[in-house]
Write a protein that binds this ligand. Structure first.
Ligand SMILES: C[S@@+](CC[C@H](N)C(=O)[O-])C[C@H]1O[C@@H](n2cnc3c(N)ncnc32)[C@H](O)[C@@H]1O
Length: 195
C-alpha cells in the first residue's frame, strides 16, 4: 500500500475529500494500513485507528506525526472492536471490508460503536454486475487474488451487506478505468445510524 499511495490519492482523492467532510470530531478508522487517509481528516480530529498488522501500525504512527490530529491506535481486528457502544461520531473503512474475515461481524460492530445519528463512511471494491468483463475477470482470478492479496475477496457484495445493516445509506457504484480490472467496481458512500 505504501508504494501505491500516489495512485490511491489520484483515484480516490476527490471522493475522499467530499466524504471525509462529513466526518465528526471522534472518528474510528478500521484497517488504517499505512495511513493513506490521514491527509483527508479535519485538523483537530480525534482519530482512533485499529489495525491487525504491527508493521502497518508502525508506518501509520510515524506518518501521523505530520498531521494535526489527536491519534490513538489499537492493534486488533474490526470483528471485535475494543470500544464501548456509541463511542464515535464517524467510522471510516476504505478497502478493508474485502479482506476482513467476517464483513457481517464488522458491520455489526461498526453500528454498535457509532453514536445514534453517526456516520459510517466507506469506499470498497465490490463484485461486478453479471456479464461484465470485470465479472469474467473476477471469476477467473477470484481464488488466486485471495491467495496473493492476504484474503482479499473480489466477489463480495458489500453494498448489499451495508444496506442490510443500515436503513439510511447513500451509495454510488463507480467503475474506474484502472489497469486492475478485477477490482475496478467500487461502492462509495455513507450510512447513518438511526437515532
Ligand atoms: C488494502 S489495505 C487498506 C488500507 C487503508 N484502509 C487504505 O485505504 O489504504 C487493507 C487493510 O485492512 C487490514 N485488515 C485486514 N483484516 C482486518 C480486520 N479483520 N480488521 C481490521 N483491519 C483488517 C489490513 O491489515 C490492511 O491494513
Amino acid at each position: 500500500m505504501k508504494n501505491l499511495e500516489w495512485y490511491l490519492h489520484k483515484v480516490y482523492g476527490d471522493y475522499k475529500r467530499k466524504l471525509f467532510n462529513k466526518a465528526g470530531k471522534d472518528v474510528l478508522e478500521i484497517g488504517v494500513g499505512t495511513g493513506t487517509n490521514l491527509p483527508y481528516y479535519k485538523a483537530g480530529t480525534n482519530l482512533t485507528a485499529i489495525e491487525p498488522s504491527k508493521d502497518m501500525l508502525k508506518f501509520f504512527l510515524k506518518k501521523a506525526q505530520d498531521f494535526p490530529l489527536n491519534i490513538h491506535v489499537k492493534e486488533g481486528v474490526a470483528e471485535a472492536l475494543p470500544f464501548e457502544d456509541n463511542s464515535f461520531d464517524t467510522v471510516v473503512s476504505t478497502l478493508v471490508l474485502c479482506s476482513v474475515y467476517s464483513p457481517q461481524k464488522v458491520l455489526s460492530e461498526i453500528k454498535r460503536v457509532l453514536r445514534p445519528g453517526g456516520t459510517f463512511i466507506f469506499i470498497e471494491h465490490v463484485k461486478a454486475p453479471e456479464k461484465t468483463l470485470t465479472s469474467k475477470f473476477q471469476d477467473v482470478f477470484h481464488k488466486s487474488w485471495k491467495w496473493l492479496f492476504e484474503g482479499c475477496d473480489i466477489k463480495r457484495n458489500t453494498g448489499k451487506l451495508i444496506q442490510d445493516f443500515f436503513k439510511t445509506v447513500e451509495i454510488k457504484t463507480v467503475k474506474f478505468n484502472s489497469p486492475f480490472i478485477p477490482v475496478n467496481y467500487h461502492i462509495i458512500g455513507f450510512a447513518t445510524k438511526e437515532t
